[in-house]
Design a binder for this molecule. Structure first.
Ligand SMILES: C[S@@+](CC[C@H](N)C(=O)[O-])C[C@H]1O[C@@H](n2cnc3c(N)ncnc32)[C@H](O)[C@@H]1O
Length: 490
């Protein structure tokens, strides 16, 4: 085993360091890079309330360009500094136009180079401002821009707030004929706002055979255990560097616990003494919840097999992956934000886990899909095959493709169960307010109208009259759309 002694770098940190100036030693320079202060002064968006749930709610869905929403949220004292977790899965600079499985246009991913980096940096500076001091950000990217954005994130958060670079297996192996290795991975960069952050250690159950590592059996109790050192790398001047039982920690090491704690552990029989008097700590199999999750995630492929339930939105992520992230980095009641929310995966999982949420997306197809998911849940992937709508069921889009109605027969989960009621395992989401950027409100209105009609027909307790017409009384400037005093987020 390699032995290394960590050495700490001294450099300025703290809340007074302006985002964009935290890591002055190493920066990415490119044309068009704006001062962070200018980004923090961006104009907030003007929004219209399109719908609100009958009960007061903290959850918000915005059909809007996200930088204006983030600017508005950053001015709201009820929100700014209150967000515990941000997960974003932005466009990856793929130079692609994405369509849903129904061939409806979803969004363009055409930015590249400096324009792309500055687009994301702008949002990341605002997101950093919005995070709670013990909050975390997860940025999902692929190999094209992940390394550029690692440098940008170090600039904004400070490299000492970098936590993990997670590799996710995104698909099954491809039968590559190119002269290179098959690309099956993408990446999630995990940063925290400060050095104290919410962390519910995720563990995976022991796989068969792993328990063989617990090779010793304690006489008397028959408990299986393994032996691990009682010391750790690094010299300490406090109690963990003191003598214990007449022994100094080995050179370059310190005790893992103060001598008084080691005494208590020994009294409980938790220290194993070798024949020549060396102490080792016993780690019991029955006290272990499993093995801590590592930074390679193999189990969260996108919907590439017929068993996975999906919405049909392109690039939608695996809900189980979001469950892992949300459970690890937030607690029930916490506020979770996704400002590239797409089909609403983050929002739906956050809601199931009892978190409050804010979602933003400026794609009409994303709005349609999210509302459908909230009402009906997801659908087994295989059911999308061969179920394109016929002309009498839907409209034609600009490409001449037939588009399906939001709740058209043959596409909804409700139809699968033979009724309009949601699936038994589906948890309908109706506890939120829906806002649209003024310029997009007219586009959203028919989708929202169709949705409110559906949910009131479905008998899930939400009446269509909560739909607020674009010209109605909730049309307002951003200031009244983001109530600061007595804010429900406060
Ligand atoms: C990769 S998809 C997100 C998919 C999502 N994670 C899911 O599970 O469905 C990226 C999303 O970002 C949205 N988007 C791109 N630029 C945006 C912007 N400036 N403001 C708001 N949304 C944006 C796109 O419409 C698209 O839905």
């Amino acid at each position: 085993m390699a032995i290394g002694v960590p050495r700490k770098r001294q450099r300025p940190t703290g809340p007074d360091i302006e985002p964009g100036a935290a890591d002055l030693e190493l920066q990415l320079t490119y044309p068009g890079k704006r001062p962070a202060a200018d980004i923090l002064r961006l104009d907030p968006v003007e929004v219209t309330c399109l719908w609100r749930s009958p009960e007061p709610t903290n959850n918000r869905l915005y059909f809007a360009e996200n930088s204006g929403v983030l600017s508005a949220l950053a001015r709201d004292p009820g929100i700014c500094g209150q967000i515990r977790l941000i997960y974003i899965d932005p466009p990856f600079a793929t130079q692609t136009a994405f369509h849903s499985r129904g061939l409806d246009h979803a969004y363009e991913d055409t930015l590249a180079g400096p324009d792309y980096v500055e687009f994301l940096r702008t949002r990341l500076i605002l997101l950093h401002r919005l995070l709670a001091d013990d909050g975390a950000l997860y940025l999902h990217l692929d190999n094209k821009m992940a390394f550029h954005l690692k440098i940008i994130l170090d600039e904004i958060f400070g490299s000492e707030c970098y936590r993990s670079f997670i590799t996710r297996k995104k698909c099954n192996p491809k039968n590559y004929t190119r002269k290179q290795y098959g690309n099956v991975s993408d990446y999630i960069l995990f940063y925290t706002k400060t050095k104290a952050w919410v962390w519910n250690r995720p563990v995976e159950p022991w796989t068969e055979g792993r328990d063989r590592e617990y090779q010793y059996v304690e006489p008397g109790t028959n408990r299986r255990f393994m032996k691990v050192p009682v010391h750790a790398p690094g010299v300490r001047r406090g109690a963990t560097g003191d003598m214990w039982r007449g022994m100094q920690p080995p050179p370059g090491k310190h005790w893992q616990f103060p001598p008084s704690t080691l005494d208590e552990m020994d009294a409980r029989g938790e220290i194993f003494w070798s024949a020549n008097g060396n102490p080792r700590r016993k780690v019991y199999l029955d006290a272990s919840e499993g093995v801590g999750v590592q930074d390679i995630w193999m189990d969260f492929r996108d919907a590439h097999n017929q068993n996975v339930c999906i919405t049909g939105y392109p690039t939608e992520k695996n809900p189980d992956m979001l469950r892992r992230i949300i459970e690890a980095s937030s607690n029930p009641g916490d506020l979770v934000l996704d400002c590239f929310s797409g089909s609403g995966t983050t929002l739906a999982v956050a809601d199931q886990l009892g978190r409050r949420w804010i979602g933003v997306d400026n794609s009409r197809e994303a709005l349609r899909t999210t509302l459908k998911r909230f009402a009906d849940g997801t659908t087994p992937m295989g059911d999308f095959v061969g179920k394109r709508g016929s002309k009498d069921k839907g409209d034609s889009n600009a490409n001449g493709n037939t588009t399906l109605d939001l709740f058209a027969a043959g596409t909804s989960a409700a139809e699968e169960t033979g009724s309009e009621a949601p699936k038994p395992h589906h948890h309908p989401i109706r506890d939120f307010t829906l806002w649209a950027e003024h310029a997009l409100a007219a586009e959203a209105s028919p989708i929202v109208h169709e949705w409110t009609t559906r949910i009131s027909r479905g008998g899930n307790g939400v009446a269509a009259h909560h739909f607020v017409q674009r010209t109605g009384r909730f049309r307002s400037r951003w200031a009244s759309a983001f109530p600061s005093s007595g804010s429900p987020m406060g």
